[in-house]
Design a protein around this ligand. Sequence first.
Ligand code: CA
Length: 239
Amino acid sequence: MSKTILIVEDEKNIVDILSFNLGREGYETIPAYDGEMGLTLALAKDPDLILLDVMLPKMNGFDVCKTVREKNTSTPIIMLTAREGESDKVLGLELGADDYITKPFSMRELLARVKANIRRTDLLTAHPTAPVGGVDGGRLERGRILVDPALLMAFKDGKALDLTPKEFELLRFLAAAPEQVVSRETLLEKVWNYEGFVGDVRAVDVAVRRLREKLEDDPANPAFIITRRGLGYLFRMEQ
Ligand code: CA
């Protein structure tokens, strides 16, 4: 069955180019030319992925992203941001976007990211216990944390954590190899499924920050996920 991608973008020529190229790769596309329409279609059509521009009439991309995420945590969202807006990129990720692509973007990079995000969701939904990102499918008991890949859930002191699929995958990957430093590039490759130089390591930092807010007793002084400056992150056994 072909995958559906919702394109929320007010510049018609960009929508046309995206629709053409995604169509050629076998995706169905749904265009939305303003934020309100984008939000309505995101909720009504339940697409497999959303490409979301920031500057939109009626409702901006951040508000669309935030509202979609309040109702649905699993659909991958890739924000399309302007090159100048460094803070835009991080804000989108903070609001629950999975990634962003800077305009003007290369079609090759965009297609690679769309594919990576959809493949990831597919693996999780079709085979919840199958290895994703090279981690085996077994339950991980790590001190106060339990990661259960079959349930796609993680628990802290026996209480379920409300994680997005990406946050879950990140935690599972780090917890699979406790006390080992994992570089941000490796996380991008294994958790985000990005190959080569696609992707931005800042997406990893923001995801780690969001995960810590849900995981840590004190997110400012993390006890579970530790930063090794310049090297990456590690999951600590002794919490
Ligand atoms: Ca726009």
